[in-house]
Design a protein around this ligand. Structure first.
Ligand code: TEU
Ligand code: CA
Length: 555
């Protein structure tokens, strides 16, 4: 396999609005991030991914961009962005941006011009389509609920929006749109960003006949992804984009790809793939309910293991997926993957270990490294997220009571991961001196960076060791390039695998069950969450008992 600069890197996702506020307005900002770069360096981070920081009305938290060449004033100025970029580089790290090019904001200049003249040149940058039989052109439901078509005032046309109605979809069939997007990407690359996380990218190819399909819900609509799944040709756009932009600078790109056709993995992340990597959503995917969050499935160990190992096998010999346990669109991994009795420090360490030592590019989401967990909101009003409001309604419409629907949000809301970072036990978790834009998790008194920096056996210190182990010169090759071979595969409590390269192997074994499990001993422990005493006690005989919540990395 041809060596690439990003193969051995560890990535950290910053959700800027909730990371660190420097000026007391309750919103995180660039100055706040700059002040925490040493913290990230010490953690062992190489690449920082910033969720969108472009100018935006923030209907969908910056994923609705009104000007790709400007910075959201909430976060600072372009000069401060440049300073951040410089400070990141100075520390030997890389900065990647969020690339949101399936759609923009309805406040984008081109969309505003299109609205003024729905038959003019700018309308062609979007999908402006005549209605049918007195209604929308087809029966698509948007990601955030309701029709994916919005009537254009004073015209018989509708525009397409896969997400909120304030997020019109770009028409990728129009060469001018593509040129506009590529120029913008190159502008940021020339500025010195090292690459992009590419948002919702599978959606850019549409079937421009816009056929209706059999409804999949009582609203008579069908999820818009149905059309995306039924059309070919996204690869041509992705190839062109790569050639015209990323390839020029050897940029690192990670695609947010759901619903890819199975035989396309090589085209997406193979050596000449569209992207450097794409997220492994295998575990998240099977939680998605048929109709929404309310009928989501819970993660069980066997199903989770099976999904992860299957995905690891699939990528073998092809490329690198990016491994996550959470992001800004998911509940906290701690709350989702760990059974209740293991929702503690040991559980968090075990979960981090099995995920970060898999083959692929590890992504850590802010707060994961201190074991942040889902934030229990008291009422639906406390939520900010557009998707949460929709899913609450979906649950009510399905017949759930208000209390049950709130419960669904508590388990699944994207705001679970968006509450401010917990830096200390001071007021507002040290995140802001003002009023935070979103509730702060009340457990910040016990769970915060400052406290964990002082405690030797904290989750934070464990993460530092874990990342250091992955990069240790002696083991790096094996953790980056080694095959993943499942072990104790039939166990209903162990999550275990070996990373194998040549005749070397390292075993990772964690117990997520509720009783101890007998495992075969190895000789050299590289990392574990066992206490010294436990380690010594267990150093006799050829087998040993691994207690619930314990994890070992050894050879
Ligand atoms: O998410 C795209 C996506 O595919 C959704 O499934 C998302 O996971 C879902 O809305 C969760 O409820 C990306 C961004 O990550 C997300 O934050 C944005 O809201 C979305 O695109 C629109 O830009
Ligand atoms: Ca601020």
């Amino acid at each position: 396999m041809q060596y690439k600069w990003w193969h051995d890197k560890v990535v950290y996702q910053i959700y800027p609005k909730s990371f660190m506020d420097s000026n007391g307005d309750g919103i995180g900002d660039f100055r706040g991030i700059i002040g925490k770069l040493d913290y990230l360096k010490e953690l062992g981070i190489d690449i920082i991914w910033l969720s969108p920081v472009y100018q935006s009305p923030f209907v969908d938290q910056g994923y609705d961009i009104s000007d790709y060449y400007r910075i959201a004033e909430e976060f600072g100025t372009m000069e401060e962005f440049d300073e951040l970029l410089w400070e990141v580089k100075k520390r030997g790290m890389y900065l990647i941006m969020d690339l949101v090019v399936n759609h923009c904001s309805d406040q984008h200049e081109f969309f505003q011009r299109a609205l003024e003249d729905p038959d003019g040149e700018y309308a062609d940058y979007f999908y402006f389509v005549k209605g049918k039989d007195g209604g929308a052109p087809s029966n698509y439901r948007s990601y955030f609920g309701g029709s994916a078509w919005e009537k254009i005032p004073g015209s018989d046309k509708y525009y397409l929006h896969f997400f909120a109605k304030e997020q019109p979809d770009w028409n990728w069939e129009n060469e001018k749109t593509r040129r506009y997007i590529y120029d913008m990407i190159n502008w940021w690359l020339d500025k010195g960003v090292a690459g992009f996380r590419v948002d919702a990218i599978i959606n850019i190819k549409k079937d421009t006949r816009f056929p209706s399909y059999e409804p999949d819900g009582a609203d008579g609509l069908v999820h818009c992804t149905k059309m995306v799944e039924s059309v070919d040709g996204v690869g041509e756009f992705l190839e062109e984009m790569k050639r015209e932009t990323f390839a020029r600078k050897d940029a690192f790109t990670v695609g947010e790809v759901f619903n890819m056709k199975e035989d396309e993995l090589r085209e997406f992340i193979g050596e000449d793939g569209h992207f450097s990597s794409m997220f492994d959503f295998c575990a998240e995917e099977f939680c998605t309910g048929e109709h929404g969050w309310y009928d989501a499935r819970e993660i069980t160990l066997p199903a989770w293991k099976q999904a992860v190992f299957r995905s690891q096998m699939e990528t073998e010999g092809i490329g690198f997926k990016s491994n996550i346990i959470e992001n800004h669109d998911e509940p906290r991994g701690f709350s989702r993957f760990l059974p209740k009795h293991l929702q503690n420090d040991n559980g968090a360490k075990a979960l981090g270990t099995v995920n970060i030592l898999l083959k692929g590019i590890p992504f850590i989401y802010q707060g994961q490294e201190i074991g942040m967990r889902n934030c229990p909101m008291e009422s639906i009003e406390e939520y900010d997220d557009i998707s949460t409001k929709d899913q609450y309604q979906v649950a009510l419409d399905a017949g759930l009571t208000e209390e049950q629907a709130l419960w669904v949000c508590r388990e699944h809301s994207r705001d679970n991961a968006r509450t401010p970072m917990q830096w200390s036990a001071q007021a507002n978790a040290g995140f802001t001196t003002g009023t935070p834009w979103l509730k702060i998790h009340p457990d910040y008194i016990h769970i915060n960076v400052e406290k964990q920096e002082k405690e030797d056996d904290s989750i934070l210190h464990y993460y530092q060791k874990l990342i250091a182990l992955r990069k240790h010169p002696a083991w790096k090759e094996i953790f980056v390039y080694g095959k993943t071979v499942p072990v104790y595969e039939d166990s209903d409590c162990l999550f275990a695998y070996e990373r194998v390269l040549g005749n070397e192997s390292i075993q990772v074994v964690a117990n997520f069950g509720s009783r101890e499990a007998q495992i075969e001993r190895k000789s050299e422990i590289l990392l574990s969450n066992l206490s010294k005493v436990q380690q010594e006690e267990q150093s006799r005989g050829s087998s040993m008992a691994l207690l619930p919540g314990q994890v070992l990395v050894w050879k």
